[in-house]
Design a binder for this molecule. Structure first.
Ligand code: MN
Length: 257
């Protein structure tokens, strides 16, 4: 490592002690100097939330007696902001978020803290990459490491278009069984949601959200299809949420507004 090596900030939404972050560290260490700036606690499904009514602290976390990284008392978007604005002497070359315990496909992109960390980087003018692994029970994060390294190196070499972050979803397959990398659209697969209703020890009612992915369209170029067919899915995202393709339809309707 030397000063000419790229600087890579790694973060996540599963918290600084999550196993997936360790594996992301392994992959990113082969790309440059790594700084860990991650939420101090689990932040899955917080989306792009930021903290404005409470102070944010960046605790220096040690592991095995050595400095490991900054544990931020906030969301993934907070962690990226603090890293870029305060903790690093100059902006990093790349922010990688993950490796998330579970895929982020379809509309889950909106709820995902993992993805929001990458789009926050894009907002701040830094290349952002979110990595999610499509396996919930005992994920083999080691299977994801070579892909993260390869895609990270590719971004550092080619850079991403301005304002664009990528969301990478990796199938639960050993690296040699992965068929390749596929550029995908975010599917609009939604969730079939139910609330399980239970009772607390005092007789009060509470609810717990459960969701199953509903079937999506069968297009070949959507994120879900790539994963199902054994490809690593790479979806480019932009923080501009304007429905550009529907602009004229809305304008037509505005004639009698
Ligand atoms: Mn998560």
């Amino acid at each position: 490592m030397n000063n000419n090596d790229p600087t890579i900030v790694i973060t996540n939404d599963d918290g600084i002690y999550a196993e997936g972050l360790n594996y992301l560290f392994k992959a990113a260490s082969n790309l440059g100097n790594v700084v860990i700036v991650a939420p101090a606690s689990e932040q899955s499904a917080v989306g792009h939330a930021i903290t404005i009514y409470d102070p944010i602290r960046a605790h220096e976390i040690s592991r095995g007696g050595a400095f490991y990284g900054y544990g931020v008392t906030g969301t993934p978007a907070d962690a990226v902001k603090i890293a870029i604005h305060k903790l690093l002497p100059r902006p990093p070359d790349l922010v990688i978020s993950g490796i998330n315990d579970g895929a982020n496909l379809g509309i889950n992109v909106l709820y995902s803290g993992t993805v929001s960390a990458a789009t926050e980087a894009a907002i701040l003018g830094v290349s952002g990459m979110a990595v999610s692994f499509n396996q919930k029970r005992k994920p083999r994060f080691d299977w994801a490491v070579p892909h993260v390294e390869r895609i990270g190196r590719w971004i550092l070499r080619k850079s991403l278009p301005k304002g664009v972050a990528i969301s990478v979803n990796i199938p639960a397959l050993p690296p040699e069984q992965v068929k390749g990398y596929r550029l995908t659209r975010q599917s609009i697969r939604t969730m079939r949601e139910t609330f399980e209703q239970r009772e607390d020890p005092r007789g009060g009612r509470y609810y717990w959200l459960k969701g199953e992915a509903s079937p999506s369209d069968s297009a070949h170029d959507i994120d879900v299809a790539a994963i199902d067919e054994g490809y690593v899915s790479i979806t480019p995202l932009h923080f501009d949420l304007t429905a550009h393709s529907e602009f004229s339809k809305v304008r037509q309707r505005m004639e009698d507004l």
